[in-house]
Design a protein around this ligand. Sequence first.
Ligand code: DX5
Ligand code: ZN
Length: 221
Amino acid sequence: MNPYLIAPSILSADFARLGEEVDNVLAAGADIVHFDVMDNHYVPNLTIGPMVCEALRKHGVTAPIDVHLMVSPVDDLIRMFIDAGASYITFHPEASNHIDRSLQLIREGGCKAGLVFNPATPLSYMDYVMDKLDMVLLMSVNPGFGGQKFIHGTLDKLREARKRIDASNYNIRLEIDGGVKVDNIREIAEAGADTFVAGSAIFNTDDYTATINAMRTELEQ
Ligand code: DX5
Ligand code: ZN
């Protein structure tokens, strides 16, 4: 199995042709579909909800759907996304009153669970819930918008997260989200990430296959 997963963020896709865009990016070699949910409360933007996730499943998408909740509170939407066919559900710990309970809710619903860390959110939020995590997602931009610049300090945070995950001996993916491009994906992988969200870097190019192949070439070096 390829240890590295490429996860295009559909935030930068053409929403008027979303099913086709997802089909195209999967045919181009993407591993999982990153699905950004924003509520104009936790973040200053508004995107898509469980009905769109369900519509993609009905459209025939069988690839894992990686739901990134940028919402507060989280539990009602967790339940809805479980029913809508999500594979991974991640949320920001500051957005949940009961982090342990929200993580359990996700796993009880048959999904993989994860926590998301904003650039200034301490990794200590994961300390007492490592056994309930399938994914740790580090934001390398402040959440809310695609197309922002990668915050360089995230590389040190990735190295720290990688140490904690390896020391835990749990099987936890380490995902990075924000400003990932062909020209920085390699140093991000070297810092410890194994799952790469990329929105504008993929959807703003004409040839998704060429872009994803270029990312894989960088990762294989
Ligand atoms: C930002 C989202 C990201 C975003 C990434 O809040 O979580 O998934 O779409 O976009 P790029 O890759 O363009 O930085
Ligand atoms: Zn995201």
